[in-house]
Design a protein around this ligand. Structure first.
Ligand code: MRU
Length: 355
């Protein structure tokens, strides 16, 4: 199964997702700036993969700056964590993973640079392995919801490229398919950067899962035809009340699902929950460059100089969400209580690197 983040021969590589589906190329990342740029420009993307990449990026930064004492190594690490946390604002996994790296350093103030690097690398590897295990569990928990003949609509990309292992929302379809349940994935193309068209369809085709690509604005029509039995998306951050930030267009999909009595689910590991944020109103929404809308993939698609609004994420209110599929089971409303019951420590862990 494809790995978005690779640690090989003691070096960090990622699959450059901006080149897919035309080319599946690994690129090395050997500076903190390179890691920051790769996250910012979506060469590596998807909430869990961003966190995993940044965690390994902290190791890269320490090695790059080559501090010559334990005290300097602590300072380098702390600066690197702060710097990498500025790459993107919405996915809480970035701050959660960097928070873990920071705590390892703080717990080992007397380690020399080489020993600290070893401890940090072990933590980054542990984060990756834990996220992958969560993905498999999410897939297994969610697969119980699918039946032969089901149409599953999804938005953006939430498969192996976004996480490692099976992914989150897509894991549900992938694991159901592996169990012999016959499902069809309907992949929203996901304007403006086409993660659904470029990545989700590619992953489904690699796995042999039947997939149909549609423009985002065809989703309600498809539901009206009775072809969609369930909607499942991932999340970049889930507030304490269950409000969920995910790729722009997710909210529209949830509204369309509600209008057609299609259950709308979110699938995410607990690393994506932020109990420090009471509701979706507190989740920062990234706004990206106008050129993504006016010159997507090269050709001009709007007049020069037009005013553009390009939020990368939106908030789906908890009331539109039938359930949240996690590694520990499917949460049902009211989410405040359900989240607290399964992961009461989430707020403390997300606060580590500040967000
Ligand atoms: O801007 P992106 O491509 O990083 O946005 C990704 C998403 O919105 C995903 O749905 C989310 O991160 C969940 S990934 C398992």
């Amino acid at each position: 199964m494809i790995e978005p983040v690779i640690w090989r021969d003691n070096q960090l590589f990622i699959i450059d997702q901006t080149l897919l589906p035309g080319e599946c190329r690994e690129i090395p990342l050997d500076t903190a700036e390179g890691v920051w740029e790769a996250i910012r420009s979506l060469r590596v993307r998807g909430a869990p993969a961003i966190g995993v990449c940044a965690a390994h990026g902290a190791v890269v930064a320490l090695r790059e700056k080559a501090p010559d004492s334990a005290e300097r190594a602590q300072r380098v690490l702390s600066n690197a964590v702060e710097y990498l946390a500025t790459a993107r604002p919405t996915a809480v996994n970035l701050f959660w993973a960097l928070g873990r790296m920071k705590r390892v350093a703080e717990a080992n103030p007397s380690l020399g640079p080489a020993e600290l690097e070893g401890a940090l690398l072990a933590e980054a590897r542990a984060i990756y392995e834990e996220e992958k295990a969560c993905c498999k569990a999410i897939g297994d928990n969610g697969a119980e919801l699918l039946h032969d003949g089901d149409g599953v609509i999804t938005h953006c990309n939430t498969g192996p490229l976004a996480t490692g292992a099976y992914g989150t929302a897509l894991a549900v379809a992938l694991r159901a398919h592996e169990r012999g349940v016959q499902v069809r994935v309907y992949a929203d193309e996901t304007r403006p950067l086409l993660q659904g068209a470029r990545l989700t369809t590619w992953e489904c085709m690699q796995a042999g899962v039947p997939v149909t690509l549609l423009c985002d604005n065809a989703a309600a029509h498809l539901m009206g035809q009775g072809k969609v039995h369930i909607a499942i998306t991932g999340a970049d951050r889930i507030a304490a009340n269950g409000d969920t930030a995910n790729k722009i267009g997710t909210y529209s999909l949830a509204l369309a699902a509600a209008a057609h009595n299609v259950p709308f689910y979110v699938a995410a590991p607990f690393s994506t929950f932020d109990l420090a944020v009471p509701t979706g109103d507190g989740i920062p929404i990234e706004e990206r460059d106008a050129s993504e809308v006016t010159h997507g993939f090269g050709a001009p698609t709007a007049p020069d100089g037009v005013d553009v609004y390009n939020p990368a994420f939106d908030i789906t209110p908890a009331r539109l969400i039938a359930g949240i599929i996690t590694e520990r089971g499917i949460l049902r409303p009211p989410y405040g209580e359900a989240i607290q019951a399964l992961h009461p420590g989430a707020a403390a862990s997300a606060a580590g690197a500040g967000s």
